[in-house]
Design a protein around this ligand. Structure first.
Ligand code: TUI
Length: 307
């Protein structure tokens, strides 16, 4: 299936793997790229040296294009932005901020730049700044989220910009893929479904939690702090939401979540840790390889779209 996004990135299928902090390591990224999608290494809150090592490992594991996501709240964002240019990564996506200050350097290095946006305003700004495409990410997504739903954000962004739009948030199967295309997207980004991939290094407890998740298990912490984070409900979220309601300070709330993602992903503590996942966790039924995930999504989508 060809779209402007498959042509832009040189990939076989218009499926991009989300650049999830702690989860999207070189193992997952190279597996997705080898399966014909676009794998992405998630820099998350990691230091620049770690990001460089991850890129070099992925280069050994695949000769297909892969990308890196720069989470702009990372204290080492400047240094990482430099590493991405030096390593001449094919594709960069960004999250949780405005990457305008790095755009010129990346474009000069020949990098395709795809900011993740949660609003029409930022999508337009990114297009004016030279972005090659945008990911329009709805509030159904896991992790740090905006307010608009995928159902409204994707067509609004598609109307507002000329560059290709990639839909994200709530998409985990061929039905979501087909729906996204009906809304004007030319590719999809999926995170949650790839969390449970065989090639994902995520702790088994975390994967089991995602597979077992039901529709009502999705929760948002941090609405009052201005940093809403979508996660799966557990002891941590119950305590957090109670403290938030009782007017706890930012510091008290941050103490509860600091390092919580690592605790869940690496240590497998899905009780006290932060189990970030999108609403689509309820749609994720089993662990399988990245190639099987992509084949399943594309098979269903092709039938629905009569192609
Ligand atoms: O970035 C994400 N999702 C993330 S980042 C992350 S790591 C993290 N961990 C703890 C605390 C905070 C982050 C986990 N999940 N998605 C892309 C995304 N970007 N969603 C929303 C936005 C966004 C929001 C506001 C982008 C820009 C923005 O404002 C731009 C401006 O003008 O500053």
């Amino acid at each position: 299936m060809r779209t402007r996004v498959t042509e832009l990135l040189g990939i076989e299928y218009p499926i991009i793997q989300g650049g999830m902090a702690w989860v999207a390591t070189h193992e997952l990224a190279s597996a997705v790229s080898n399966a014909g999608g676009l794998g992405i290494i998630g820099a998350g809150g990691a230091p620049a040296s770690w990001v460089r090592e991850q890129i070099q490992a992925a280069k050994r594991e695949t000769d297909k294009p892969f990308g890196v996501n720069l989470m702009l709240m990372n204290p080492e964002a400047d240094a990482i932005a430099q590493v991405l240019a030096e390593e001449q990564v094919k594709v960069v996506t960004t999250g949780a901020g405005n990457p305008a200050q790095y755009m010129e350097m990346w474009k000069k290095a020949g990098i395709k730049v795809i900011p993740v946006v949660a609003s029409v305003a930022l999508a337009k700004l990114m297009e004016r700044g030279g972005a090659d495409a945008v990911v329009a990410e709805g509030t159904e997504s896991g992790g740090h989220i905006g307010a608009a739903t995928t159902m409204t954000l994707v067509p609004l962004v598609a109307d507002a910009v000329e560059i290709p739009v990639i839909a994200a948030g709530g998409i985990a199967d061929g039905r979501g893929f087909a729906a996204a295309f009906m809304l004007g997207a030319e590719a999809v980004q999926m995170g949650t479904r790839f969390v449970v991939a065989n090639e994902s290094i995520v702790h088994e407890n975390y994967k089991e939690r995602v597979v077992k998740a039901k529709d009502i298990d999705s929760e948002v912490t941090g609405r009052s702090t201005g940093h809403p984070i979508r996660v799966l409900r557990n002891k941590m979220t119950r305590e957090y939401l109670k403290m938030e309601q009782e007017g706890a300070t930012l510091e008290e709330l941050e103490n509860l979540t600091l390092g919580a993602l690592r605790k869940a992903v690496v240590e497998g503590d899905v009780v006290n840790g932060s189990v970030m996942a999108g609403q689509s966790a309820a749609l994720v039924k089993k662990q399988e390889s990245c190639a099987e995930i992509i084949a399943d999504v594309m098979d269903t989508a092709a039938k629905l779209m009569h192609i």
